[in-house]
Design a protein around this ligand. Structure first.
Ligand code: RB5
Length: 149
């Protein structure tokens, strides 16, 4: 299950990603927002992030104006690795190297076609593991208040 969330700035690209998921038959849960009326992005980041750490959803896609605020908020939730991506290379590498579980995008930065392309790459690229697993483990250690030697 893929969790979707957006504020008003990301609403249009979130809808485009939702239509892509429907076409592909990929299960999703849409946590809103459902219009271009102004809302606060942290609320939608929290809904998506909590659905992932609870195990209800496997990955998430969050959209705001830039992708930045909504990713910052999501990354405050333990267990979330949200990456703002604006191009295909970053969408691929954040899965392969960072095991990102949330893709964040900006509706005022990229168009709907690019949002769909990045979502497709993000959802279909596996984690490389190996040395990258050690590095992701270090991110988790920092999150748990540990120091790195
Ligand atoms: C909302 O105007 C805008 O600040 C928000 O969508 C996002 O870009 C924040 O990072």
């Amino acid at each position: 299950m893929i969790a979707l969330g957006a504020d008003h700035g990301g609403y249009a690209i979130k809808e485009a990603v939702k239509a892509y998921l429907q076409r592909e038959g990929i299960p999703y849960k849409d946590f809103g927002t459902n219009s271009e009326e102004s809302v606060d992005y942290a609320i939608y980041a929290a809904r998506v992030a909590h659905s992932i750490v609870s195990g209800e959803c496997e990955k998430g896609i969050l959209c705001c104006g830039t992708g930045i605020g909504i990713s910052m908020a999501a990354n405050k939730v333990k267990g979330i690795r949200a990456a703002v991506c604006t191009n295909e290379f970053c969408a691929e590498m954040t899965r392969r190297h960072n095991d990102a579980n949330v893709l964040a995008m900006g509706g005022r930065v990229i168009d709907e076609a690019m949002a769909v392309k990045l979502a497709d790459i993000f959802l279909h690229t596996p984690f490389d593991g190996g040395r990258h697993a050690r590095r992701v483990g270090q991110i988790t250690a920092l999150e748990n208040g540990e120091d790195l030697k």
